[in-house]
Design a protein around this ligand. Structure first.
Ligand code: NAD
Ligand code: GLY
Length: 359
């Protein structure tokens, strides 16, 4: 088992990564001493992994609540239903929420924990690759608004993250590939040697080889934990973690959150960020082709012509990184290094949008 920690003073917490952790009673007792719990999950994940987690939680007062499965349910109605379940179970401030599932469950359950009775504890138990490397770590919680993704939310750090690699065995291949987009993101923004390792290990990752997955989750979490520890509330450096996301969110918003997986949209966004960086004279064309090749080997999409540049720009205007009317973008001075920039040529942005998203 890999034991990392995210250093946030009194809000520090462990990230445990390994196989077969869900049913480890001693581990769960240490991570989560609360006796009264609400496990929030969905029917898909519950069928596969809830029994193991309930064994791990042992003899406590545990209620469970299932939310509907899908990004389109990451909304205020789903949040309200969690509050109803918390009230029905008569849970108070000494209770905790356990989020068992992918990023949707983690984000909405984490947000419920952030505001129920002004904040209760929660444990993230991510079961998708994307959630293990990204959404479960760092305390961003929230729901979508029809005007854009994650527009309503709060920073609320969990008391721990339990990433059980074994749960990834049941993940549909398309979801695994989408999670790989976020893993590739870390290599691009912070660690070119990790990018090289990914290029050499892609087949092992796609075959769900445990050791390869464990290392990919560990390295991704190390990079994320380091960045979040320096900038918990995204005043600066943390925005780097959004490499590819401004473009990706525009694709998701324009397509109504159901056709595209988040990681798939991020995949196109990563390539767009690389291409715009090349247009600005930072990356070389060979770097852009290297990024494209890796995404394509992972069978991830590299364009979204149905979106349209004009519509994408409308959604980008709602991005949380807009400052003084200009969208700040995460760009790549070189592979393995990222920078936040609002100092880019609008024409080059438009050309990039048109190249990947159509007119
Ligand atoms: P998801 O939560 O929708 O899960 C994907 C699908 O896999 C769902 O159908 C789910 O039921 C199923 N599933 C989950 N675990 C499974 C398993 N082990 N076996 C079989 N099926 C399983 O999607 P996701 O990709 O995990 O997360 C995407 C969400 O995360 C988006 O809402 C995105 O905005 C959010 N996100 C948040 C952050 C953050 O910092 N909070 C970061 C990145 C992404
Ligand atoms: N997923 C980006 C962040 O957590 O900041």
């Amino acid at each position: 088992m890999q034991h990392l920690s995210i250093d946030l003073g009194t809000r520090s917490y462990p990230i445990l990564i390994g196989a077969g952790l869900l049913a480890d009673r001693a581990l769960l007792e240490r991570l989560l001493p609360q006796r009264n719990l609400l496990v929030v999950t969905n029917a898909t994940v519950a069928k596969l992994h809830l029994q193991a987690l309930l064994r791990g939680l042992g003899e406590r007062n545990v209620a469970t609540h299932s939310i509907p499965d899908g990004e389109q349910f990451k909304n205020l109605d789903t949040l309200n239903a969690i509050f109803d379940a918390l009230v029905r179970a008569r849970l108070h401030r000494d209770a905790a929420i356990v989020a068992l599932g992918g990023g949707v469950v983690g984000d909405v359950a984490g947000f419920a924990a952030a505001i129920y009775q002004r904040g209760i504890a929660h444990l993230q138990v991510p079961t998708t690759l994307l959630a293990q490397v990204d959404s479960a770590v760092g305390g961003k919680t929230g729901v979508n608004h029809r005007a854009g993704k994650n527009l309503i939310g709060a920073f609320h750090q969990p008391c721990g993250v339990l990433a059980d690699i074994t749960t990834l065995r049941t993940l549909p291949e398309r979801e695994l590939r989408a999670g790989l987009a976020e893993v590739i993101k870390y290599g691009l923004l912070a660690d070119v040697r990790f990018l090289e390792w990914l290029e050499g290990s892609l087949e092992r990752l796609l075959a769900c080889e445990e050791a390869a997955l464990e290392f990919a989750v560990q390295r991704s979490c190390e990079i994320k934990a380091r960045i979040v520890a320096t900038d918990e509330r995204e005043q600066g450096q943390r925005a780097l973690l959004n490499l590819g996301h401004t473009f990706g969110h525009a694709i998701e918003s324009a397509t109504g959150y159901h056709d595209w997986l988040h990681g798939e949209a991020v995949s196109v966004g990563l390539l767009m960020a690389a291409r715009l960086s090349a247009r600005l004279g930072w990356l070389g064309d060979a770097d852009v082709e290297r990024v494209r090749a890796l995404l394509q080997r992972a069978s991830l999409p590299t364009s979204a012509p149905q979106v349209g540049a004009a519509r994408a720009l409308e959604f980008m205007a709602m991005d949380k990184k807009v400052q003084d009317g200009k969208v700040r973008l995460i760009l790549l001075p070189r592979l393995g290094e990222a920078r936040v920039s609002s100092d880019y040529d609008a024409g080059k942005l438009r050309a990039t949008l048109q190249e990947f998203l159509g007119p």
